[in-house]
Design a protein around this ligand. Structure first.
Ligand SMILES: [Zn+2]
Length: 417
């Protein structure tokens, strides 16, 4: 059983002046507690929440006796989380100041401090008693409600002072059991496509990652340079522009679409997904136009991992097992003859040096990933005795070209699985 958690953000309706005032006060007290706790914890190198609580509970209670006592608990949790990540950064020499800055505050609420109140409202206990907050549900929220997700007992709220709304971060939980795979779907991630093998057929999803990743990189760089010149390196306005760009990128991100298609297919067939362990792409000739070799490498690794992570995350949600195999030689050896395949001058079609048959590079990679998974070469791979996968591989016709079925982005990006 694995527990999957997703945060769904909803906004309250506009708060009345009185209720808004209560939350402003509450946030002020909470922020103050977190600030003091953070300073104390850093000074005394306290990372543990329970220790921080044991040492500071009495004092904090004395400071704000009107606050329900559990706010001290959650402020301690909040503070110790901040302190732990700060100390980690400091150890790496990345912390810019002596203490973590408590700039953005969302109020952590445990099960004593809030409760759901019907489906479109919550109750929060404050220094002025219980307050009902109605929120505006949206499509995504109803999806979680209707698909077997349960609300966790903790939540966070943040006050949006400009719009006088409460932003509510609801956590939804689902317990998922991984099934025993009846087959495999190998996935090969490349610079400009993602290739999958499903029941003897290879499908090649065109992605143009290269263009997307590079386009974003240069746009971000341009924004940064422009704002650096105009407002200085640490300006707020620059942070905002970069954030906006990031958000847009996320929205347009095709990796979730791909992950959805692959994971849902695997789930329907009750197959496992086979991925490469990272490492093969070190000398990848992608993004050749970037002169800086290291940068080129870093950008590609990030986008490559991004697709893998999206698949992993979706797979967890559906209980689809994921198996990792060593990517070594996956596109170099003929899966039938175990002989080298020769690719002439950059072509993606190669010829088997023994059987003479033709292979598409990405199709070969998928077949080899499949065989590696069947042999149990990968981590978490079931051994053949314990698995219920048919180990006799599918027939490979030696005279076929093994061409994958290409699916242009214009087609699959609109796909609604
Ligand atoms: Zn061959």
């Amino acid at each position: 059983m694995t527990r999957v958690v997703r945060i769904v953000i909803v906004r309250s309706i506009k708060l009345t002046r009185r209720i808004f005032g209560v939350f402003v006060e509450l946030e002020g007290m909470y922020r103050n507690m977190v600030k003091q706790l953070v300073i104390y914890a850093v000074r005394n190198s306290i990372r543990s929440f329970t220790r921080l609580k044991a040492l500071k509970y009495r004092e904090m209670r004395g400071l704000y006796p009107q606050l329900p006592s559990h706010y001290v608990y959650t402020a301690c949790q909040d503070a110790s989380t901040r302190v732990r990540s700060f100390l980690r950064l400091k150890k790496l020499g990345l912390a810019e100041s002596d203490y973590p800055e408590v700039r953005k505050v969302s109020i952590w609420l445990d099960n004593h401090l809030w409760k759901p109140n019907g489906l479109t409202s919550i109750k929060v206990v404050t220094h002025k008693g219980w307050i009902t907050v109605d929120f505006e549900p949206h499509k995504q929220y109803w999806k979680y409600i209707n698909c077997g997700w349960k609300l966790a007992s903790e939540t966070k709220v943040k006050l949006d002072k400009r719009s006088r709304q409460l932003v509510i971060y609801l956590s939804f939980i689902k317990e998922v059991e991984e099934y025993k795979p009846r087959g495999y779907i190998p996935v090969d991630v490349n610079e400009n496509n993602v290739t999958v093998l499903v029941d003897n057929l290879t499908f090649l999803f065109e992605t143009n990652t290269e263009k997307l990743v590079l386009g974003y990189y240069y746009r971000r760089k341009r924004i940064q340079e422009k704002y650096d010149k105009l407002y200085g390196k640490k300006s707020r306005i620059k942070r905002k522009a970069v954030r906006k760009l990031k958000e847009r990128k996320k929205k347009l991100d095709i990796k979730w679409k791909i992950a959805n298609i692959i994971v849902k297919t695997a789930y329907e067939k009750q197959y496992a997904i086979v991925l490469e362990k990272l490492g093969k792409h070190v000398a990848n000739n992608m993004i050749k136009r970037i002169k800086d070799k290291q940068l080129r490498h870093r950008i590609f690794q990030a986008s490559f991992r991004g697709i893998q992570r999206a698949i992993e995350e979706k797979a967890r949600e559906y209980g689809v097992p994921v198996i990792y195999v060593n990517p070594r030689n996956t596109s170099k050896l003929c899966p039938i003859h175990n002989a080298p395949i020769t690719y002439s001058n950059g072509s993606r079609i190669g010829k088997c040096s023994k059987g003479g048959e033709f292979w598409h590079r990405d199709a070969v990679a998928c077949w080899n990933l499949l065989f590696k998974a069947l042999r149990g070469d990968g981590s978490h791979a079931p051994n053949s005795a314990g698995s219920n996968v048919d180990v006799s591989p599918m027939p490979l016709e030696t005279n076929a070209t093994h061409d994958p079925i290409g699916i242009p982005k214009s087609l699959w990006a609109r796909w609604n699985p």
